[in-house]
Ligand binder design. Structure first.
Ligand SMILES: NC(=O)c1ccc[n+]([C@@H]2O[C@H](COP(=O)([O-])OP(=O)(O)OC[C@H]3O[C@@H](n4cnc5c(N)ncnc54)[C@H](O)[C@@H]3O)[C@@H](O)[C@H]2O)c1
Length: 261
């Protein structure tokens, strides 16, 4: 009897070089998956793959910019060639607005286009090429990273709109894919101060501001602590595993109760 949840499955994780992607790649490997670690920063993806190998798991690293369809198509092909098929695609990449706290009118056209291209375009390309492969094989699992910012208006207007789009795409893939044995769900994290995400939005990762941000975020959660990448990875493992065989079209908040208020 298999004691692990993803025994022998092949999983692609995008954004595997950091944060939720790195934590999920490590957990998927612990559960027996062969993991394709994809990231625009291939050195960071290689580091995650090395950590998996060192722990006795199986992983490869592939450079991929999810906003480029050719890269995403090649990523799916590479996973199939390397491991003989694809069972799971975790479309996890997301970028913040380049200046955290920017109001709607402070976004430039370039800000808008980049957020849409990466956050929504990347998930679209991932879903599209996974679905093509899954229909050939007779099924598969998609997990997307949405956000609390796509469930409720929370700030980060353009970012939130891209995440709302991710949620709607997830529901659509769940409905279209169900007759083909394809499941699609999303995790919706609340603010995670300890990944590199806020630094990508211009927050100084070493500063007092980071601690204050963590305290401020935690105080908004009924459970009273900030969300970690590991919290998200645990939710991800469940949703991509056969334990969730009859769960599809779900947007699962990982938010310490924030959206239940
Ligand atoms: N951290 C938060 O506060 C927070 C809150 C809610 C949702 N999220 C979502 O969680 C997901 C993961 O965020 P994180 O906090 O782990 O972020 P992170 O910045 O720590 O990691 C993101 C990874 O994605 C990679 N990446 C960026 N652009 C890419 C591209 N075009 N193609 C391929 N890889 C690319 C980066 O190199 C990095 O390794 C994102 O979808 C994000 O929107 C984050």
């Amino acid at each position: 009897m298999s004691r692990v949840l993803l025994d022998g499955k092949t999983a692609i994780v995008t954004g595997a070089g950091s944060g939720v992607g790195a934590a999920s790649a490590l957990r998927f490997a612990e559960e027996g998956a062969h993991v394709v670690c994809a990231d625009i920063d291939v050195q960071k993806a290689e580091e995650t793959a090395r950590r998996i190998s060192k722990a006795g798991g199986t992983a490869v690293a592939i450079a991929c910019d999810v906003s480029r369809e050719d890269d995403v198509a090649a990523l799916v092909t590479a996973a199939v060639e390397h491991f003989g098929g694809l069972d799971i695609l975790f479309n996890n990449v997301g970028i913040p607005t380049p200046r955290l706290g920017a109001m709607l009118e402070e976004h430039t056209a370039e800000d808008f286009q980049r957020l849409v291209a990466v956050n929504l375009g990347g998930v679209f390309f991932g879903c599209k090429h996974a679905v093509i492969q899954f229909k050939r094989q007779g099924g598969g699992v998609i997990l997307n990273t949405g956000s609390v910012a796509g469930l409720v208006a929370w700030g980060g207007s353009v970012y939130g709109a891209t995440k709302g789009g991710v949620h709607q795409l997830t529901r659509a893939v769940a409905i279209e894919g169900a007759p083909f044995g394809i499941r699609a769900n999303a995790i919706c994290p609340a603010g995670m101060p300890y990944t590199n995400f806020m630094a990508a939005g211009g927050l100084d990762a070493d500063s007092e501001v980071l601690t204050q941000t963590a305290e401020r975020v935690a105080a908004t959660h009924p459970l009273g602590r900030a969300i970690t990448a590991e919290d998200c990875a645990e939710a991800a493992v469940y949703l991509v595993s056969d334990k969730a065989a009859n769960v599809t079209g779900v947007m699962l908040p990982v938010d310490g109760g924030y959206t239940a208020r």
